[in-house]
Design a protein around this ligand. Structure first.
Ligand code: SF4
Length: 246
């Protein structure tokens, strides 16, 4: 073996060791990103086409919107616990359930949310992400099912919808409108038609509680022959509106 070749081999080995070392440090740094976690709990999925299935919920803290009908204001107001991804995975694993939803607050406001989603997918979970639709869908693994809100006028934030997200969604992803009155309903129906949403995704029309009676929304949907799913929050029906962690 020539000296030149030997030196080359030694250099190559050093590069490989360094590469692995930096990869190791990189993985460690990802796993140690702290996120503000409001709560992690096990319940029945109350919304989306997954409604009724047992599910672990990871609720991240913080949301910069303040929708009038928000039912998780505590996730905006409370600071939550700072947990790294490994700790979140450990707590999630304790429930022995393979369906997990990352929600909020607004989870995409948290730095490290894409890494958390990646880590959950890597552990073999079926992962749902609930997002308010005002932030770009960047860095989200394609295995994740995205349930994206389109904010209606009565929320006060329909001008914040990040419309480019519609092109980033996959057919398996779902779109949700929370509807407070007939004006919201008419607006949602126009958006539905303009973007052919029913042809592309499961679309959920959810009555805002207590502003709109489910019966009214049901009758409008039937009257106008809309191809959407009326969504009632079944966790609320079962446990009532005030109970947390369900
Ligand atoms: S976007 Fe969601 S979490 Fe944020 S205020 Fe509105 S309803 Fe609440």
């Amino acid at each position: 073996m020539s000296q030149k070749y030997l030196k080359f081999q030694i250099l190559l080995a050093l590069f490989q060791i360094c590469d692995r070392f930096f990869l190791f440090i990189f993985i460690l740094s990802i796993l140690s990103i702290p996120l503000r976690v409001n709560e992690i709990f096990y319940s029945l999925q109350g919304e989306s086409t997954f409604a009724g299935l047992p599910c672990v919920f990871i609720r991240l803290s913080g949301c910069s919107l303040h929708c009038i009908y928000c039912d998780t204001r505590y996730a905006e107001d409370e600071p939550g616990r700072a947990l790294d991804i490994e700790s979140i995975l450990n707590e999630t694993g304790e429930f022995g359930c393979k369906l997990v939803e990352v929600t909020g607050g607004e989870p995409l406001e948290a730095e490290g949310a894409p890494e958390l989603l990646n880590a959950l997918v890597g552990k073999g979970y079926s992962v749902l992400l609930e997002t308010n639709g005002t932030l770009p869908l960047r860095g989200i693994p394609r295995e994740v099912t995205i349930i994206m809100d389109i904010k209606c006028p009565s929320s006060g934030f329909s001008n914040k919808v990040h419309w480019a997200n519609l092109e980033a969604l996959a057919p398996k992803d779902e779109i949700k409108f929370v509807i407070s009155d007939e004006n919201d309903y008419q607006w949602a129906a126009r958006i539905l038609e303009k973007h052919s949403l029913s042809q592309r995704h499961a679309v959920l029309f959810s009555p805002a509680f207590p502003a709109l009676r489910p019966q009214s929304l049901a009758e409008w949907i039937l009257r106008d022959r809309l191809s959407v799913r009326l969504q009632l929050q079944i966790h609320r029906i079962i446990w009532g509106e005030k109970k947390r962690g369900v």
